[in-house]
Design a protein around this ligand. Sequence first.
Ligand code: SF4
Length: 277
Amino acid sequence: MKVSIAQYAGACFGVERALDIVVKNAEEKSNVVTLGPLIHNPQVVADLDSKGVRVVSEPSDVDNATVIVRTHGVVPEVIESAKDLGHDVVDATCPYVKKVHLAASKLEAEGYQVVIVGESGHPEVEGIVGHAKSAWVIGSIKDLEHLSIPKKVGVVVQTTQSQDLLQEIVSFLCIRCENLKVINTICQATSERQAAAKSMAVQCDCMIVVGGKNSANTTRLYEICLQSCSNTHHIETSDELRVEWFKGCNHIGITAGASTPQKYIQIVKAAIDNLVA
Ligand code: SF4
């Protein structure tokens, strides 16, 4: 039986960068907090907690702290209010998410109705809306059907969305408006992980997707794998693995969301190797 890890799997540039920023600040300072969990990975958040990094919801939940803005970014007002409260603000927003902020605000300034292809309520999407206040958040064609489409529409995308959804929405819009500008802000790390997971899932009898259950990009990988491999399972830790999933399998594939550090993937691989030995 073969157990393989997808070509692109696990923590991306933005997550590694944010982790480095937080760990460095925690080593140098005493009152370090993140605004919301740094990434959607409970194990990483627990690990940071053991290093003294607490999670707060609002800048006002803490006094005189180093407040770290997570990879997903926030609305500009949150950073301003943290500074007004006297906190030292460290912005760990992924540079690719910042590009979406800039693209959305530029489109709005140019008179486009901004469409954000993304998941309503997701922190990254809320941060983007903060930079283009009249934007529409569109999660499926259904969200567009009841809207009156203006002449000028500008599209940006939550960095972890699927290319397929973007294509569907662009196809819908392009025959309904006169001037459609699409800025594809899906991050390369996301595309690479999705493509690698898709091509691995067609070759495997079982797919294990590792990452936070609250992680949008991990859930998307799970859905992609499930389309080609019905024996696909989304787990956070190796404790959730079940030996019966692997019965009769020739090839087990492992992939992981962009918020899962490599060491957690290796732990899962070692546990599977053990179970099937
Ligand atoms: S998935 Fe892309 S946009 Fe999101 S944190 Fe990673 S590198 Fe940045």
